[in-house]
Design a protein around this ligand. Structure first.
Ligand SMILES: NC(=O)c1ccc[n+]([C@@H]2O[C@H](COP(=O)([O-])OP(=O)(O)OC[C@H]3O[C@@H](n4cnc5c(N)ncnc54)[C@H](O)[C@@H]3O)[C@@H](O)[C@H]2O)c1
Length: 255
């Protein structure tokens, strides 16, 4: 689909990669609904984006809340073309740490936000997209998830996060296959290391060491480069049921 005047729902849209993506849609004449738990940041984001953006405070782990937010977006914009799932938490921790084994509640929380949250958004969005009038090429919508290179080379301390992102990556193909009937694509982007509030908090020496591990360009990705990839995925109808690494060539080591 042409990256012009598209309506998008974006989870985690109040910050980092989600916000940069929202900016890109709005710059291209589109409208965005930002779904995020962070009310303060959500309001600030909408203020910056202008009247093409709405914020709906949403916890993606709540099926009901996500259904309501997606319905609100459809009511406001008439239709939604793209759903981008960016809401996520790092959920770092060793399986066996000095404090003892990781509580399974903690593991389940990471799965719930990163994986179930993405599922909740996509099923709600796909149901609405099925009602869209098809474009000339038969396309009715697009689902873009955010995995991570940790889906493939998780480091020590990333068992929960990697499991969640592996799940996100794996469910794209069955969704793409199922939704072929309705003309909805499903694609995942697996970022390497991007400079977002998630990373800004890290000590400078850790940031430098991370930068050195990226072959080229030897710096963290810029959030707008993630937005650029979402644009490319929108534009190229052949991208479907797959995960695209966006990582400057990094292959994460064990620690
Ligand atoms: N920054 C990176 O290097 C990097 C690398 C790989 C993958 N990712 C993934 O990219 C996505 C975006 O990360 P980011 O770096 O922009 O982080 P970020 O912290 O800037 O943004 C994440 C957003 O998700 C929201 N969120 C958290 N829990 C939520 C919930 N339950 N319901 C709704 N919203 C919730 C937060 O409020 C925040 O606004 C995440 O899924 C993350 O795992 C990031």
């Amino acid at each position: 689909m042409k990256f012009e005047n598209l309506n998008a729902v974006i989870s985690g849209g109040a910050s980092g990669l989600g916000f940069a993506t929202a900016k890109r849609f709005v710059e291209a004449g589109g409208s965005v609904a930002l779904l995020d738990v962070n009310e303060e940041q959500g309001q600030a984001a909408v203020k910056e984006l202008g009247d093409k953006a709405i914020f709906v405070q949403t916890d993606v782990t709540s099926e009901e809340a996500v259904n309501g937010a997606v319905a609100q977006a459809v009511e406001k914009f008439g239709r939604i073309d793209v759903a981008v799932a960016c809401a996520g938490i790092i959920g770092a921790g060793k399986v066996l740490s000095r404090k003892g084994p990781m509580p399974s509640d903690f593991f389940a929380k990471v799965i719930s936000v990163n994986l179930v949250g993405t599922f909740n958004l996509f099923k709600a969005a796909a149901e609405k997209m099925a009602e869209n009038e098809a474009r000339e090429d038969g396309e009715r919508g697009l689902l873009v998830s955010t995995a991570s290179v940790a889906a493939f080379e998780g480091q020590i301390g990333q068992a929960a996060y990697s499991a969640s992102k592996g799940g996100v990556s794996s469910m794209m193909l069955p969704m793409a296959r199922e939704f072929s009937k309705i003309g909805v694509r499903a694609v995942s982007i697996a970022p390497g290391i991007f400079y977002t509030p998630m990373m800004e908090g890290l000590p400078e020496e850790v940031q430098e060491s991370l930068n050195k591990q990226i072959p080229f360009p030897s710096r963290m990705g810029k959030p707008e480069e993630f937005g650029q990839m979402v644009e490319a995925v929108c534009e190229n109808i052949n991208l479907n049921g797959t995960t695209i690494r966006l990582d400057g060539g990094i292959r994460m080591q064990a620690k």
